[in-house]
Design a protein around this ligand. Structure first.
Ligand code: ACO
Length: 386
């Protein structure tokens, strides 16, 4: 490695521009996140997850006809092969829903009619199928592992992906506000530029591998607790704290032990709160009030205050990220904690597919170098002499 290369090295690729994209812009200094130029704060107010998915994948907001055709295609794709249902029934119940999801998305490729085609048309069709199939797989496995029969997806054109997912979990129609909040969660998690899982998807796609392979790699990356896995860890923390009286003691101890607090800190939002957390805080608050269950929001707020304060004292500021208030929101919606990260994946599927399509459209193999720190020029020692 030359001196110049050594100087360029950034641990964790922090701040490194690793490619070009027109999909998502994060303006960390101004707490602004936009998809294809549209502020997510506007998308959560005026749009839907379906329209946002179209925007991410196609690059522009659809006309009414384009949106209804897209929604129709998504609803028609609300089915999984019976063989997949059979396989799901064989998955050991101890398998986490996230591990199941990675395996089943990979397996789904074997039933996809366009698996090996990377044309823009085939990729668009596959994106529709993956976005539509993901909620079915997650809901079906959840029910199977609780010894319940999976519920068939609704084909009613008025049933949004968000509403249908909540329905498939319980068999009951969620109320309008719950559907709206869940739709907002899906919009907010749909993309986030070159985050770890999306970058993973692009690395796989850049070898000209197929969409299912790229998405499968992305799911593996999302699972980790430093990335999407944090929302589950946030809920586990809330459940352990369990009371406002315990917050200070619990969080102070975590700081003293040098533990990371899940749901705080972000590589890109260094000096401010993640704008998605700001929106989700309001969802969590309002949902708690409507459902007469404000406990989890209140504990979250108390944790947030102490974490921000302690971190500021250390001169290492951290603020809530997207995973923090999504935990209390999903919990009050009645969703099982183990489904939190798969739900993240189900929403990010739109962003992953958009990035895979963009990568395939203007591809170059992604192949960085390493700063070599190992030994050099050693003499090989015969095994009997070691
Ligand atoms: N709790 C306590 N301290 C923290 C936290 C946290 N959650 N996050 C960062 N810090 C501290 C670090 O310990 C470090 O201090 P140090 O230099 O004394 O060791 C300093 O802040 C800088 O943090 P880094 O770990 O260097 O930041 P990095 O950009 O590498 O990591 C990350 C970002 C992984 C998100 C980190 O903040 C973290 O682990 N957070 C908790 C997990 C989490 O919520 N992940 C979800 C992120 S959002 C998403 O992926 C969808």
């Amino acid at each position: 490695m030359t001196q110049a290369q050594t100087e360029e090295f950034k641990a964790g690729l922090d701040g490194v521009i690793a490619g070009e994209s027109k999909i998502c812009l994060i303006d960390g200094d101004n707490r602004r996140l936009s998809y294809r130029g549209y502020n997510v704060a506007d998308l959560v107010k005026y749009s839907s997850f379906e329209e946002t998915a179209y925007l991410l994948i196609k690059g522009y907001l659809p006309t009414p006809d384009e949106l209804s055709a897209f929604k129709k295609a998504l609803i028609e794709a609300r089915q999984i092969p019976t063989q997949i249902l059979d396989i799901l029934a064989l998955v050991p119940v101890k398998t986490s829903p996230m591990d199941m999801f990675r395996t089943i998305i990979s397996t789904l490729s074997q039933y996809d009619p366009e698996v090996d085609s990377n044309t823009p048309e085939a990729n668009f069709n596959k994106a529709i199928r993956l976005i539509a199939q993901a909620p079915i797989i997650i809901a079906a496995y959840h029910r199977l592992r609780h010894k319940l029969k999976p519920i068939e997806a609704k084909k009613d054109p008025s049933s949004s992906l968000a509403a249908n997912f909540l329905y498939m979990l319980t068999g009951e129609e969620a109320d309008e506000y719950a559907q709206k909040v869940f739709d907002i969660c899906l919009i907010l998690h749909a993309d986030h530029c070159f985050n770890a899982s999306t970058f993973t998807a692009r690395v796989t796609a850049a070898t000209l591998s197929d969409m299912h392979s790229a998405v499968t790699s992305a799911i593996g990356a999302l699972k980790g607790p430093l990335h999407g896995g944090a929302n589950q860890e946030v809920m586990e923390l809330l459940l352990k704290v369990n009371s406002l009286d315990n917050v200070d003691g619990y969080i102070n101890k975590m700081f003293e032990e040098g533990k990371k607090i899940p749901g705080f800190g972000h590589r890109v939002y260094r000096n401010c709160e993640d704008p998605r957390a700001t929106i989700l805080r309001e969802c969590s608050r309002e949902l708690g009030i409507r459902n007469k269950n404000t406990k989890w929001f209140e504990i979250s707020e108390a944790i947030s205050q102490i974490v921000v304060k302690r971190a500021e004292e250390k001169k290492k500021p951290i603020y809530p990220n997207v995973d923090f208030y999504s935990a209390s929101t999903y919990h009050v919606l009645g969703i099982d904690t183990q489904l939190f990260t798969p739900i993240f994946a189900m929403s990010r599927m739109a962003g992953w597919c958009a990035h895979i399509i963009e990568q395939h459209a203007n591809n170059r193999l992604i192949r960085p170098q390493a700063h070599y720190l190992g030994e050099k020029d050693l003499n090989y020692l015969e095994i009997s002499k070691r």
